[in-house]
Structure formats: structure tokens, C-alpha cells
Design a protein around this ligand. Sequence first.
Ligand code: GDP
Length: 373
Amino acid sequence: MTESSDEELRCIGCGAVIQTTDPKGVGYTPKSALERGLKSHELYCQRCFRLRHYNEIAPVSLTDDDFLRLLNQIGQKDALIVYVVDVFDVSGSLIPGLHRFVGDNPVLLVGNKEDLLPHSLRRSKLTDWVRQQANAAGLRPLDTVLVSGKKRHQIDRLLAKIDHYRKGKDVYVVGVTNVGKSTLINAIISQRSGVKDLITTSRFPGTTLDKIEIPLDDGHKLVDTPGIVHEEQMAHILPAKYLKLVAPQREIKPRTYQLNAGQTLFFGAIARFDYVSGQREGFEAYFDNNLMIHRTKLANADAFYEKHAGELLTPPSKKELQSMPALERHEFAVEEKSDLVIEGLGWVTVPAHSSVVGWAPKGVAVLLRKAMI
Ligand code: GDP
């Protein structure tokens, strides 16, 4: 299959060229599914198929070269960059080096999945906080908008801002995989009625990356770029089946624990928090409402995990644990009120002048950030 061939088959979901050889590559489709898809005239790549039918995330890997070429090409455009991050996983959403590539182009920062955060959290405060996180990564967005692609919150406002800031230019929407970019683009498309059938796909020159273009009123276009893989995201370390169990689906209700130094919280068997030293304090845990949290003594925590992981402490199950990387320890001295973040899974608020430890499967980032609240 060559690029310009008429016989080139494309996924009707993402527009990627269908291939049957590299299961991790863009557009992979098993041979059997390809035959079925051709018969039914509904050909999806495996990733889109899973997403549609099982709500399951199947990350595609991009080579570093393709990734750099994509960023370079975007950097050379005279365009508005719409940068989508997941407010529940901001650090996992950051594109390394993006600020160097956007050059002088204006950036509109979009905090997606705002529906996951408690209503009690003031949106103006949250917006400031999301902007600060981007600033810390070297980005200076023109403006920041919170939306929910899934609930279709604030889509009109986002579109108005895009129109305001693009000043007659094209728009490039960028984001790492799993921030909800596809869901958001779908919401935009359906908001702009009549646009649905006009989507065309084409390829970024010199890469295997496909883009989806949505025409705007004045002959310009909104371009959806392929999701960029951020290696440390939970989604790429834990198989989709665990992620479904621990990724929050609805508004998080923080759970409060009064902890003394020397106490531990287990989050299923997937993560752990140790309060090593500090005053007795209230700690708030922001995790999926269904994820079991179990409190125990730090002194016994290792033995407790050894004995109960996969049984009393789930998910994952005992069997699934065998394929999960072992928990790794990350210790922090906390100077000011902060959040201890287990990237993609959630966070615990921690008080100033304390010492804490976060544990997560090896490869998943654990970090301390300025408190959201
Ligand atoms: P992409 O890889 O960035 O294109 O992400 P998707 O659009 O495929 O979404 C990834 C996951 O996030 C899916 O499980 C979606 O259901 C979920 N998701 C997307 N947008 C939202 C949102 O606004 N709120 C919530 N709660 N979940 C969302």
C-alpha cells in the first residue's frame, strides 16, 4: 500500500491508513477484522474499534522521529495552537518541549474533563491552577478554558475563543493520547452542524501521522493532530483492563482521612501512600469513587501488601497482579501545602512540613505539585 494509491484503506474513525503488520502502530487492524470490515463497509482500525465498542484505550506508538517532525511542522505554521490537557492528569498531559516548538504561535490552553473535578471547586481557581501548571512547563497561553468534551460543557465558549484568537488563521489541536481530544473534536463537529460530512484526512508530510481537517467558515481549517504518546501516562503502563477499573468516570468525591505519622493508605493494590512524619492532619484523597482505600499501620504495610494484594486489596486481582510492574517507592520532603500525585490515578493533599512516600507501579510517575485547593 503506497501513500497515493487509490486502493489505500483508511479507518473511518481516525483516518489512519489501515495496516495489518504492526499491532502497536497507527492504523493496525487484524487480518480477520479487515475482511469483516471490508464486507460490512465499516472499516475501523483496532484502536477505534475498541474505543467504540468497549470504551477501551489502545494506545498507538509514534516513533520519536515522527513526533519531532509533527511538532516541527506545527511550529512552522502561522496558526493558533489549541493545546488540550486533562485536568485530572495535567502532568501526564504535558507534551515535552512543546513550548520550544510552538515558537511565536499563540496557544489556547484547554483543560478537558472538568466534569471529573468536584463542583465545589471554584472554576476560576481551577483555571488559574491549570494555567500555572502550563507556565511551570514553560508555556505562556493567551487564555485558558475549562471544558468537558464528554458532557459537552462550554463547547460554545471554546469555539468563540478559538474564533476570537485565531484571527483568520488555521487552528491546530494538539494533545497527548487519552486527554479526550477525539471526544472533544467530536463535540465540536456536532456543535457545528453540517460539518460532519466534510471531514477530510491527509498526512503530515514525511511522517506516518494522519490529520483530520475540519473546514472553518472563512476557508481556513481546524486540524486534529494524532495523539502523542506520553510514556509515563498510566494508560501506557497499565493494560486497558486495569485502567477501566481505576480511571474515574464521574465527578470525584474526595475522601478525607485523619492521619497520624506512621499510617499508610492503600489504593486497591495499585498504589500506596505513607505518612512518614508530620502533625496529625486531615488528608483528602482524589481517586475514582469506586477505588477501595484501605488504611493500615506503616510499620506493617509491606507485610500487609505481601499477604493481601490481589485479595483484600483489589484491583488488580491476584492473577492480574502477576503482569503489573511492582510498586516503586518515591519519598518527598514537603515544604508547602501540596498534592502528592500518582500520575493518571489521582492525588492526596499533603500538609506543609511533612514527609510522605508515594508508591506506584514502576514506570508510573509519582510527583509533588502545588496544591490544587
Ligand atoms: P484521545 O486519545 O485524546 O483522543 O482521548 P479520547 O477522546 O479517546 O478519550 C479518552 C478517554 O477519556 C475515554 O475513556 C473517554 O471516555 C474519556 N473522556 C474524554 N473526554 C472526557 C471528558 O470530558 N470527561 C470525562 N470524564 N471523560 C472523558
